[in-house]
Design a protein around this ligand. Structure first.
Ligand code: SAH
Ligand code: SF4
Length: 405
């Protein structure tokens, strides 16, 4: 059963002030921020590295914990900047160990506070955090729950990164505060080993903020996540694909889902703008591609829509020459959808075919479905489910589990 700890905010001093936030700033920007409060030029580099270490290696969210920073400077930092975490509106734990957080960020300018979801999926030997890049989505993929929520706004770099920092706090994934300053902190045994930009939103429609956040997440003097363990998933924003490889250098996943333009136009409407040929050409040109660095093609299994053996054959032909793996995702149902997940036997037949053609084709085990944390089920509580919807959904889940598990 899901544990639901909804209710009062769980993080003291959550992001909410008008003060600029140090989290999400590049080193240069942080240096400028320090200069603006009177830190001497010759000290800037040293102070930036100190702060970088406190924020990203040790995960502090309170200036008072920065014990090697003089009290006077700490007070100045406190008066001018924020390093607080977002407010946790709800934390749920699925019966399979998956965790989902509903986070609230304060208004930007004249806007309203916004809420996004972030999901942690523990697996044998690794743990993946699924991060959101936007509140809602402008694209309207017909099988996706997020696609039914209008775009409210892009998340800032700080808000994207805060999801990772907060998840590490809640999972106890930062070292103890008592470890002496300067001590080596082991990278093994971490709970979050991988991150995927597969939460709410289209990350390539928020390129600059996603880039900034991912470059900080992979910075070797901070959070130190290897770029090979960061995957960005796009529905196919062709003009930004090359830049993703060139400027961010993370692994790429493409939400393919159909192998004929006619069907993809319907399932993933951005296909009308950037059809399959253009999309696959952009994939072929992705910087750094090799057999060791393949593109993941995501393919949601929709009953009687895209799951025939002819589809599988065409898929293999289409991907010829691209170092690729194919991730088959059993469709995760949500209230109000007309789609159904393919039968298990059909999914296995599809997987066997592409496997025999030489492609790794793992079937993604649905995780956290009982708390609506699985792929494509995220939708923030600003559009919270009504009770009638929830009951209908629960009835559907009983059927869903019978089929798949
Ligand atoms: N907007 C980006 C990233 C977020 S979606 C993108 O579309 O790639 C993450 C993955 O979940 C995508 O492959 C998406 O197509 C898939 N997905 C969406 N809804 C789903 C659902 N109901 N069941 C299974 N997968 C779904
Ligand atoms: Fe947006 Fe991705 Fe959902 Fe499509 S699948 S609506 S691009 S979040």
């Amino acid at each position: 059963m899901a544990i639901d700890r909804s209710g009062s905010p769980m993080t003291a001093g959550a992001i909410g002030s008008e003060k600029p936030c140090l989290i999400g700033a590049t080193r240069e920007e942080m240096g400028e921020m320090l200069r603006s409060i009177g830190v001497a030029d010759r000290q800037i580099r040293m102070r930036v590295s100190q702060l970088w270490n406190w924020l990203y290696v040790r995960g502090v969210s309170d200036f008072d914990h920065m014990t090697n920073v003089a009290k006077e400077l700490r007070e100045k930092l406190k008066a001018n900047f924020s390093i607080a975490r977002p407010e946790i509106v709800q934390e749920q734990v699925s019966n399979d160990g998956t965790r989902k957080w509903l986070l609230r960020f304060p208004p930007r300018g004249a806007g309203r506070p916004v809420e996004v979801e972030c999901v942690y999926i523990p697996e044998e030997g690794r743990g993946t955090l699924c991060i959101s890049s936007q509140v809602g989505c402008t694209l309207t993929c017909t099988f996706c729950h997020t696609g039914t929520q209008k775009l409210v706004r892009n998340l800032t770099a700080e808000e994207i990164l805060s999801q990772l920092l907060l998840a590490r706090d809640r999972l106890g994934d930062f070292p103890d505060r008592d470890v002496p300053v300067g001590a080596m902190i082991p990278a093994e045994g971490r709970k979050i080993t991988n991150i995927v930009m597969m939460g709410m939103g289209e990350p390539l429609y928020n390129f600059d903020n996603v880039k900034k956040a991912l470059l900080i997440a992979s910075d070797g003097d901070g959070l130190s996540l290897s770029k090979r363990r960061i995957t960005l998933s796009t529905s196919g924003v062709v003009p930004e694909i090359f830049r993703t490889g060139e400027e961010i250098g993370v692994m790429l996943a493409i939400s393919l889902h159909a192998v004929r333009d006619e069907l993809r136009d319907m399932l993933v409407p951005i296909n009308k703008k950037y059809p399959l040929k253009e999309l696959l050409d952009a994939c072929r040109a992705y910087p750094g591609l090799s057999n060791a660095r393949r593109i993941t093609f995501e393919y949601v299994m929709l009953k009687d829509v895209n799951d025939s053996l002819d589809d599988a054959k065409l898929l293999v032909q289409l991907l010829k020459g691209i170092p690729a793996k194919i991730n088959l995702i059993p469709f995760n149902p949500w209230p109000g959808t007309n789609y159904q997940c393919s039968d298990w036997a059909t999914i296995e037949r599809f997987a066997d075919f592409i496997n025999q053609a030489g492609y790794a084709s793992p079937i993604r085990t649905p995780r956290g479905r009982d708390i609506l944390a699985a792929c494509g089920q995220l939708k923030s509580e600003s559009e919270r489910m009504r009770k009638t919807e929830r009951l209908a959904y629960e009835a559907m889940m009983i059927v869903g589990h019978g089929e798949d598990d």
